[in-house]
Design a protein around this ligand. Structure first.
Ligand code: GAR
Length: 202
C-alpha cells in the first residue's frame, strides 16, 4: 500500500478524480493519506474534509522563504509515511528541500503537451499560439518548472472556435483519466526511470 499526499491550491478536481478512482478500485494499492494545501480557502479541502481525509494547510502567503516553507512541509508530512506526492493544481514551484526528501516520488499534472506551454495559463498559451493539438502531461517533478521526465501524455484537438475556457474543459477531462493512469502505473510498480526516460513495463 502506497500512502499518497495530494497537494492542491484550488478547486481540486484532479485530487477528487484520484480519490474516486481509488475508492472504485481503479487505482489499487494506494490511499490518499493526506491533502496538503498552501491556501486556506482551496475548494478541494471541502471534499477532503467530507471524505475524512486528513488535511494540512500552511498558508504560503505567510512565508517569504520558499526553502523554509518546503522544510515545514517535509516536517508536517513525516507522520504519514508518504510514498508518493501528487501535485494537482498546486501552484507553487517546489524547492530542493522537498525534492530531495522525496526523490523521484513527486509527480505533477500540467495542462499542455510539455515541453510546450510551461508555467501558468497553459491552455491560454495554446489557444493564443494557434496550435492544432494540445493536451496534458503527467511528469516527475525536478528542480525546474514543468521540466521533469514525462510519464504520460494525452492529446486533445484544438478547435478553431476554442477559447481558453472550452479548451481547458476538454483538457481537464483527459487530465482526470491521465492522472489516474499514471498513479496506477506507479502503484503497480510498472514505471522505470532512467535519466529523462520513463519506460512502462508491460
Ligand atoms: C489543472 O488544469 C492542472 O493541470 C493545472 O491546474 C488545474 C487544477 O485544477 N495545473 C497547472 O497549471 C500547474 N502548472 P484542479 O484543481 O481542478 O485539479
Amino acid at each position: 500500500m502506497i500512502n499518497i499526499a495530494v497537494f492542491i491550491s484550488g478547486r481540486g478536481s484532479n485530487f477528487i478524480a484520484l480519490h474516486e478512482n481509488i475508492k472504485k478500485g481503479v487505482i489499487k494499492n494506494a490511499e490518499i493519506s493526506v491533502v496538503f494545501s498552501n491556501k486556506e480557502d482551496a475548494l478541494g479541502l471541502d471534499y477532503a474534509r467530507k471524505e475524512n481525509i486528513p488535511v494540512i494547510v500552511i498558508p504560503s502567503k505567510d512565508y517569504k522563504d520558499r526553502h523554509e516553507y518546503d522544510n515545514l512541509i517535509v516536517k508536517s508530512l513525516k507522520p504519514y509515511n508518504i510514498g508518493l506526492i501528487c501535485l494537482a493544481g498546486y501552484m507553487r514551484i517546489v524547492t530542493d528541500e522537498l525534492i530531495s526528501a522525496y526523490e523521484n516520488k513527486i509527480i505533477n499534472i500540467h495542462p499542455a503537451l510539455l515541453p510546450s506551454f510551461k508555467g501558468l495559463n497553459a491552455q491560454k498559451q495554446a489557444v493564443e499560439y494557434g496550435v492544432k493539438f494540445s493536451g496534458c502531461t503527467v511528469h516527475f517533478v525536478d528542480g525546474g518548472m514543468d521540466s521533469g521526465a514525462v510519464i504520460l501524455q494525452k492529446v486533445v484537438e484544438v478547435y478553431d472556435d476554442d477559447t481558453e475556457e472550452t479548451l481547458s474543459e476538454r483538457i481537464l477531462k483527459q487530465e482526470h483519466i491521465a492522472y489516474s493512469e499514471a498513479v496506477s502505473l506507479i502503484t503497480d510498480g510498472k514505471i522505470e526511470l532512467s535519466g529523462r526516460k520513463v519506460t512502462i513495463r508491460k
